[in-house]
Design a protein around this ligand. Structure first.
Ligand code: BGC
Length: 829
């Protein structure tokens, strides 16, 4: 460990000599800097000795702490950065000087992140005494979150109100403590979902379903701007864990189960959040998370141990993180819990060898919430917080501890350094990365919010971008006899709990981490979205006929007589099913099945009315549908589209938008399939309800003539596969064209059912024919073996286009390679 520390320090010394100063030197030296920021007197005010924030607040769900109103501009100009990747780099000389000028206490403070609940009182106002305590006495350099998160004690704040808080904190930080601006982190994961009126995009799973990475870019760019409007510079996004176990409560946050799809989405999202972030002050630092293997908790419960062989970890779980690092992600967050029983936050293997040495991550690494503190209390992986802190600092490259609620990390780390158990150089490495990040984000130029940005929050332009993402994400899973699209002339009865709620469409990462509670209801979205019923009214021009049928939890009874009588004059029935927000403690589930009373609504209505039934799913993970796929005539999956999803869903139902989403996950048919993926071994049956990549459109698109540019595939000689697609009508169609491979055999290692290798989404007018060209490299077919060598086993490979929708056109290519040729090796192999 000592060796590694030295290695890093040497790297920084080199950086000082060869630094290119790409982002420009600090305008002022550290000494001048302190002088500039001190107030009229250069004397420091007396230290505050204790935080006095109200410890527990009771909140009845009705208090609104921010009644700010504003009229956003309809549109605004922005810089769509397309230049070379901008990312963390070497440490500038002035930053090293600044590090050297700090005391141990100040260094530890920079490495500490405290949650906003520590500095806000029960009346929703900033407690400046508490801020001074943390900044002056404890020297902390970072805060996180919104007052509305983690426990949800408070309502959400507009950008303007949020900025008043962050600006006030910055003003204190410039006068007190180390006089270094604080960096504030916020979970702006699908737009600035914690800023009131910030445009909320669909959840990651829906973004992935578009098979159009531009949407991940747009969501990231808007998130960055709205976050920055609140004086916050760092978004804890994107989330790129592979959603393997579908029971997991966090499935919806990620880009699905496939490494390739997740990689492209993650890369685009980083681009959107960060762009040219060292110059463009409407961008933020992104944060790849959660490193690593978080998406395969063995029993589906959040944080459960993940049993993932290391070569599988490298093969499937690492690629999205690699893509995000290559895309320049400025920061990373380690994952809760353990992989193969080894605690991630204490692991040299994951956080040093893999992340820093193999993947070459140069940015700033933060822990997840209280992860060091909870090693002893929750995971039993350390004796106490001191041992956990010492181990994390010695073994890993953690730079910042998201503490988030006490002084333990600060006190223990200072003790460890003063006793010589942890070297001060180890702190220097981390503090250098933190201060460099602050510099890159422009905090030393001005740490304050830009009031100009506030007027763009919630602009019509952003809302349209969010709706466009929803439009392209909605996935049509069944459509018998053309029951969809609905015709304006048809009489339709609408039923079910999810059609009349913005809250259920939002799900988590909306207002609070787990979304609004039952107590808050839908009212929290007033003015910031529309229900499906409102969308239908907008599309049809008439108030839809609606009955609840059954509530989201499936309590109460179905009034069959009432429904039957209402259905008498209806031509079709549309039923909205789905999940409540996880605020109501439904995050961890033992069974995929939706509440049986919801499913029973479909059975009862279909049997009693004999009318065609359309089911709309609004859910964060693929919930079990039992006989619904057989009984319903049409099924539409809208995932968690967000509060702006109502209109797009209505547009799809009525054919104003032709659905073009594809499942970014495997939709299980049985509980036993909870962890089935498209990349499972090809010798075990893959018979889910719907396959990865499945999804229909309203148009008849035909595929023909798959042609490979070569019959053999070798390292260094990529080939192309072309396919002809024709839209036979009757609607214009956005068509995702997906190229999979399936190796016929692989010596000693079971080949996967399918691996996604390339895709493109193509616009096809009615009657139009296009030749689509997709790419394939032999290197794509290399795999990590158990010796942690990445190599290729030669064999014939089936190249298959859209197997799940169009039965799959197959062309066979001969993969030629020397099986002993190693393309990559793990540093510890
Ligand atoms: C979540 C992270 C999040 C952090 C800060 C944790 O509970 O796992 O995804 O970024 O809280 O809110």
């Amino acid at each position: 460990m000592r060796y590694n520390s030295l290695l890093y320090f040497t790297q920084y010394l080199l950086a000082i000599s060869f630094n290119t100063m790409e982002s420009g030197a600090l305008a002022i030296s550290p000494a001048e800097y302190s002088a500039t920021v001190s107030d009229s007197t250069t004397q420091k005010p007396p230290a505050v000795t204790a935080a006095t924030v109200d410890p527990v607040c009771t909140w009845d769900g009705a208090q609104v702490f921010d009644d700010t109103t504003w009229t956003p501009v309809a549109s605004y100009a922005y810089n769509n950065y397309t230049g070379p990747v901008v990312g963390p780099n070497l440490i500038d000389q002035d930053i090293m000087l600044m590090v050297n000028g700090l005391t141990v206490e100040e260094k530890v403070g920079q490495m500490t992140q405290i949650q906003v609940g520590q500095i806000i009182d029960c009346n929703g106002k900033l407690n400046t005494t508490a801020v001074e305590y943390w900044i002056d006495t404890m020297k902390v350099g970072s805060f996180l979150e919104t007052p509305a998160n983690h426990g949800g004690k408070y309502n959400w704040y507009s950008a303007k109100r949020f900025a008043e808080i962050t600006d006030a904190v910055q003003a204190i930080a410039l006068r007190r403590g180390s006089r270094i601006p604080v960096i504030w982190g916020l979970d702006s994961v699908r737009g600035a979902n914690y800023i009131k009126g910030g445009t909320i995009f669909p959840a990651g799973i829906a973004t992935a379903a578009t098979f159009n990475p531009q949407h991940a870019y747009d969501a990231g760019r808007v998130a960055a701007k709205d976050t920055r409007a609140a004086g916050v510079h760092w978004a804890f996004a994107p989330i790129m864990d592979l959603s393997v176990n579908k029971l997991w409560s966090r499935v919806y946050e990620n880009f699905g189960e496939d490494p390739f799809l997740s990689s492209l989405m993650a890369k685009s999202s980083i681009g959107g959040h960060q762009g040219d972030y060292k110059r463009d002050r409407s961008r933020v630092a992104a944060c790849l998370k959660h490193f690593i293997g978080y998406g395969y908790p063995f029993d589906g419960s959040d944080r459960a141990n993940r049993h993932i062989a290391t070569h599988d970890l490298l093969e499937y779980y690492v690629p999205p993180f690699k893509a995000a690092i290559d895309a320049g992600s400025a920061t990373a967050m380690e994952s809760y819990g353990a992989v193969n029983s080894e605690s991630v936050v204490l692991s040299k293997y994951y956080l040093q060898t893999l992340l820093r040495e193999q993947l070459k991550f140069k940015g700033m690494l933060v822990t997840d919430w209280a992860e060091i503190n909870t090693q002893a209390t929750m995971y039993h992986t350390a004796k106490d917080v001191k041992q956990a802190t010492q181990t994390a600092l010695q073994r890993t490259s953690i730079d910042m501890s998201m503490v988030a609620d006490d002084e333990s990390f600060i006190k223990v780390t200072v003790e460890l350094v003063k006793s010589g158990a942890v070297s001060e150089r180890r702190l220097d490495e981390s503090v250098a990365r933190i201060l460099q990040l602050k510099k890159d984000l422009g905090l030393f130029e001005s740490p304050y919010a830009d009031p100009q940005l506030a007027s763009t929050v919630g602009s019509a332009q952003d809302i349209e971008a969010a709706r466009n993402t929803v439009r392209e994400s909605i996935t049509l899973l069944k459509n018998t006899n053309g029951v969809l699209p609905l015709k304006l002339s048809e009489r339709v009865l609408f039923l079910g709990p999810t059609l009349n709620s913005t809250r259920y469409m939002g799900g988590g990462w909306n207002v609070h981490w787990q979304g609004p509670s039952d107590k808050e209801g839908d009212a929290v979205y007033q003015g910031f979205g529309d229900t499906v019923l409102q969308g239908i009214q907008a599309v049809t021009g008439a108030a839809p006929q609606y009955l609840l049928g059954i509530d989201i939890g499936g309590t109460g009874t179905i009034d069959v007589d009432k429904i039957t009588s209402a259905a008498q004059s209806a031509d079709k029935i549309v039923i909205g099913l789905g999940e409540n927000t996880y605020a109501e403690e439904q995050g961890n589930i033992d069974s995929l099945a939706l509440p049986w009373q919801q499913l029973n609504l479909v059975y009862t209505v279909a049997a009693a009315t004999k009318k065609p039934v359309v089911v709309v799913l609004i859910e964060g993970r693929p919930r079990g549908l039992a006989n619904v796929p057989k009984i319903a005539d049409a099924i539409v999956n809208a995932y968690l589209p967000g509060a702006y999803g109502g209109l797009p869903i209505a547009e799809v139902l009525y054919g104003k938008v032709n659905p073009s989403g594809r499942l970014p996950i495997t939709y299980p048919a049985t509980e036993a399939q909870a962890s089935s993926t498209i990349w499972q071994a090809s010798y075990s049956a893959y018979n889910p309800q719907w396959e990865f990549g499945y999804g229909l459109g309203y148009s008849n698109v035909t595929y023909s003539n798959v042609t490979l540019s070569s019959s053999s595939l070798t390292v260094g000689s990529p080939i192309t596969a072309s396919v002809t697609i024709t839209n036979k009508g009757p609607y214009p169609q956005k068509e995702p064209v997906l190229l999979f491979t399936r190796q016929q055999y692989r010596l000693g290692y079971a080949p996967e059912h399918y691996r996604l290798r390339d895709f493109i989404k193509v616009d096809l007018a009615v009657g139009e024919t296009k030749t689509v060209v997709l790419n394939l490299k032999a290197e794509d077919l290399a795999f990590w073996d158990r010796d942690l060598l990445r190599r290729i086993e030669p064999a014939p490979v089936n190249v298959v286009i859209n197997p799940h929708v169009h039965k799959g056109l197959v062309a066979v290519v001969q993969l030629d390679a020397d099986p002993d040729h190693v393309l990559e090796r793990a540093p510890w192999s």
